[in-house]
Design a protein around this ligand. Structure first.
Ligand code: ADP
Ligand code: ASP
Ligand code: MG
Length: 411
């Protein structure tokens, strides 16, 4: 008995048969004596289709209208699920973000949730109806529809679970049955994890694993919402718990690495032979930051005869814009030239075990060297090590590191 939030991703609601399967599980959960709030994504592929349509009309698209259009995918799936639950003889009501008032700021396509008016939903749940919420969307203070970033239905579910003080927040997936050591689509012997800490999951999601939205994990960590990632096809089986790090996780002997992420949305730019003087970094990175470009890794070479090279990475989606801005900066600062490469991948090892064990970096570097994979940049934090490599080696590098750290299923 309790209040349960269940989120079903796009592949779980990709056709009417699957929606019926979901509806039956929702009804079963309700019949077990629970109040149930369901969050749904758009049917698989629908958001991509809508984005493409917009780009045919206007590129870059008008941000306000883009959100109006992309949010419609979730409107359809929430209505279909609610209707299917009703056809099974149960009470259900679907709502869009603006109706239940998921209030956000006005940053279209990446809006932040400011507040949720939970009282109305609580009333409806208390009266015995199942509530189906269209994920991925909210409304700003002026009544404009906003969306929460790709994968944003995860955030809708976590935020609603926090606002309603739900007893559990279950995220159902159709093509994987939990969180794995790395993307099982790339490494077939990847192993399902029973548990992963918020911190590790946040790093993995931020470093490229698209299985959960990074902002949703951040929200869950902040409001201490335990997440249970489960398979839609076997909804009663255990998946992976994303929870607060505990003693057992950080001190388990031999467990150094929990997972490997890779991010192909990366590009690197070098400003070569820029005169080295105080303020040079500020002069380079301020205009990029002011244009909304998130610079990730930065490496500055030692100065030779008063000149230095500055290399940094940016999201590949911002590559062209970054080059234009960097060219202007280079001219102003009197740098020799600009070098760039958008065929790179960032490979990252993540694990709380790194806090207490050494030698992870050396094992990583040796394993990559043995395969002839050149490391172009390195960055580390307490629980992760990232290396930039050539994109064409992504799969080889992920598999090599997965083997080197013995992360796979035992054969
Ligand atoms: P949903 O549509 O339910 O939100 P997603 O498509 O967002 O599901 O996430 C599932 C996908 O994430 C799978 O197709 C899987 O290949 C990919 N994936 C990437 N990294 C991982 C990982 N470490 N564990 C599990 N799945 C992963
Ligand atoms: N439909 C949105 C997307 O494809 C949100 C989500 O699925 O979580 O990104
Ligand atoms: Mg998703």
């Amino acid at each position: 008995m309790g209040l349960i939030v269940q989120k079903y991703g796009g592949t779980s609601v990709s056709n009417l048969d699957k929606i019926k399967w979901v509806a039956e599980h929702v009804v079963k959960t309700k019949e077990q004596g629970n109040q149930v709030l369901v969050v749904v994504s758009a049917m698989a592929g629908e958001t991509d289709r809508l984005v493409k349509l917009c780009l045919q009309v206007m590129d870059p698209p008008d941000e306000r209208e883009l959100d109006v259009i992309t949010s419609s995918g979730e409107q359809v799936s929430s209505g279909l699920l609610s209707m299917t639950i009703k056809s099974l003889g149960h009470e259900a009501l679907s709502f869009q973000g603006h109706q239940i008032r998921i209030i956000t700021n006005n940053a279209h396509s990446k809006a932040k949730i400011v507040r949720i008016d939970a009282e109305r939903i609580k009333d409806i749940l208390a009266k015995g109806s199942i509530v189906v919420v269209a994920g991925f969307q909210g409304v700003d203070h002026d009544g404009n529809v906003t969306t929460l970033g790709r994968g944003g239905s995860d955030l809708s579910a976590v935020a609603l679970a926090a606002a309603l003080d739900a007893d559990s927040c279950e995220l159902y997936k159709d093509d994987v049955d939990g969180i794995y050591t790395t993307d099982p689509a790339m490494v077939p012997n990847a192993r399902k994890l029973d548990k992963i800490s918020y911190e590790e999951m946040l790093e993995m999601a931020s470093l490229g694993s698209k299985v959960l939205q990074a902002r949703a994990v951040e929200f869950a960590k902040k409001f201490e919402v335990p997440l249970h990632v489960r398979p839609t096809s076997k909804p009663d089986s255990e998946g992976t718990w994303v929870v607060e790090e505990n003693e057992e996780m950080s001190h388990m002997e031999n467990i150094l690495i929990s997972g490997i992420s890779f991010d192909k949305n990366q590009a690197k730019i070098t400003i070569a032979q820029v005169p080295d003087s105080p303020g040079v970094a500020a002069n380079i990175f301020t205009p990029l930051g002011d244009s909304g470009i998130v610079v990730d890794m930065i490496v500055q070479n030692i100065s030779i005869e008063g000149h230095t090279d500055m290399t940094f990475t940016v999201p590949r989606t911002d590559f062209k814009k970054s080059i234009i801005i960097t060219e202007e900066i280079a001219k102003k600062l009197g740098a020799k030239n600009i070098l760039s490469d958008d065929k790179i991948t960032k490979i990252s090892l993540v694990g709380v075990g790194m806090k207490t064990h050494s030698g992870v970096a050396t094992t990583m570097f040796k394993a990559l060297a043995k395969e002839g994979i050149n490391i172009m940049m390195i960055s580390t934090s307490e629980i992760k090590i990232s290396c930039v490599i050539e994109e064409k080696y992504t799969e080889l590098a992920v598999r090599t590191l997965h083997d080197a750290f013995e992360l796979g299923e035992e054969k």
